[in-house]
Write a protein that binds this ligand. Structure first.
Ligand code: GDP
Length: 445
């Protein structure tokens, strides 16, 4: 997702590197290119206009006279504006003071509501809740059955009308489910509702009826990111017809453009709360605007990477890694080795590397990665003394020969590793600098 946009923006920023100062004409040209990038990514026009307006104004303003170079300044501004467009702070579920919390799902047929109910069920259970999934989609043949299946996969309970009882009244089912949840000590109720292929009055009326019956704490509008600009039209219709408090984007795995993600918040005023990225129940996560902006700008998604690592290791180790990644000098070959060994356990390297800063520029290399190369690299580091691992500057030619012999590689390969490591360190320093991390670069105040 967002690949086209990332590539385009990367070209814009590359064009700015090496410029000492931004003239009015540079700013206009840059704004034009960013505009095209957003429009190509299918972002809604009003959102694009506002975005470009803000970027231009800020680029012209006082910020430009500071010490950052122009490319860094523009990246910083675009990053902050992207975070804003994506919703700013991560929006978490607001749980009710008294159980159960009711979450209602609304959206068109095929948007992914039933699948999402299963994903939410699994996720809520992982957070220590005891969710109950409620089947109120009584229109689509098999929807009740489908919900029971995903509930089974998620290992959570389901409330559904008995099969063979006719179509039934979804509003009544919804109302009864809340009573049932209270009796059976479920603390979160997820209500799956019927969708239609298009927006129609009857669909809206039914959803509104269910809403009035269950008084949801959260109404999530579920929208398929692949429908592009239609996502915005549908969002407006649901916003007016039913109202919602959050958005879930589905099928982000299939959409290279991602315009829906960048438009929905701006157009409806409601935040994106979750993102669905595949058909499996685990392909789902809380939506973090900051991390998404970071990924779009090719600055990587180190936090998500670390969370994945956390699942493989204890929290202390992961936190230490996060700190080191954020500082240029703290990160040594010893850490590099430790990480490599950790990462080796976490699945195909290419997926993980995709989340690192600069991944966009290394796309081809990442594709060609052979996991066995890591073992060679590990062998090289293991042939170094502890002092060498911490201070690579002392590795002179005779040490290189010793290391190469020790690990069964050539001196060229040792050099290549040292070179790559130096670059990685530099990239981390730059990233920390441009993100304004305290005390780590020119942005710090
Ligand atoms: P509903 O009509 O809104 O309940 O939609 P469903 O949950 O039945 O989903 C419709 C189709 O989309 C199903 O084939 C799902 O497997 C698929 N689907 C749902 N979410 C995702 C997703 O995030 N990625 C992909 N690739 N497919 C999805």
């Amino acid at each position: 997702m967002f690949e086209t946009l990332s590539d385009r923006l990367d070209k814009v920023f590359t064009g700015l590197r090496g410029k000492g100062r931004l003239s009015e004409a540079d700013i206009d040209a840059t704004a034009r290119e960013i505009r095209i990038a957003l429009l190509e990514a299918d972002v809604a026009l009003p959102v694009v206009r506002e975005f470009i307006g803000a970027v231009k104004e800020r680029a012209r303003g006082a910020e430009v006279s500071q010490a950052l170079n122009p490319a860094q300044q523009i990246i910083k501004i675009v990053n902050e504006e992207l975070i804003g467009v994506l919703g700013g702070e991560t929006r978490r579920i607001r749980y009710a003071k008294s159980s159960p919390t009711v979450i209602m799902l609304a959206g068109l047929q095929g948007a992914g509501k039933t699948t999402l109910a299963g994903k939410l069920g699994r996720w809520l259970k992982g957070q220590g809740h005891t969710p109950l999934l409620v089947a109120c989609d009584l229109q689509r043949p098999n929807a009740v059955n489908q919900l029971s299946i995903v509930a089974g996969q998620a290992g959570v309970d389901v409330y559904a009308p008995q099969p063979g009882n006719g179509v039934g009244d979804p509003v009544q089912v919804a109302r009864e489910s809340i009573e049932h949840a209270r009796r059976t000590m479920h603390d979160v109720v997820v209500v799956d509702t019927a969708g239609r292929l298009g927006i129609d009055a009857e669909l809206m009326a039914q959803a509104a009826g269910i809403r009035d019956a269950v008084q949801p704490d959260e109404t999530l509008f579920v929208v398929d990111a692949m429908i592009g600009q239609d996502a915005v039209t549908t969002a407006i219709a649901f916003s007016e017809g039913v109202g919602f408090s959050g958005v879930v984007l589905t099928k982000l795995d299939g959409d290279a453009r991602g315009g829906a993600a960048l438009s929905v918040r701006g157009v409806t005023g409601q935040p994106i709360m979750f993102a669905s990225t595949g058909e499996k129940l685990a392909d789902f996560d809380v939506f973090h605007p900051e991390r998404m902006a970071s990924r779009i700008l090719g600055m990587g998604d180190v936090l998500t990477l670390i969370e994945q690592a956390e699942q493989a290791f204890d929290a202390d180790q992961a936190e230490k890694m996060a700190g080191k990644l954020a500082s240029r000098d703290g990160f040594t070959l010893e850490d590099f080795l430790e990480q490599m060994m950790a990462i080796r356990k976490m699945g195909p390297i290419a997926n993980l590397l995709g989340m690192l800063p600069g991944a966009g520029q290394m796309k081809e290399q990442i594709k060609n990665i052979d996991d066995r190369d890591l073992d060679r690299t590990a062998a090289i580091i293991r042939s170094m003394t502890p002092t060498e691992r911490v201070n690579t500057k002392i590795i002179n030619s005779s040490r290189k020969v010793r290391i190469a012999n020790g690990s069964g590689v050539t001196v060229t390969e040792v050099n290549a590793l040292l070179e790559r490591f130096a670059q990685a360190q530099k990239m981390m320093g730059q990233m920390a600098g441009s993100m304004g991390m305290p005390g780590l670069g020119p942005m710090s105040k």
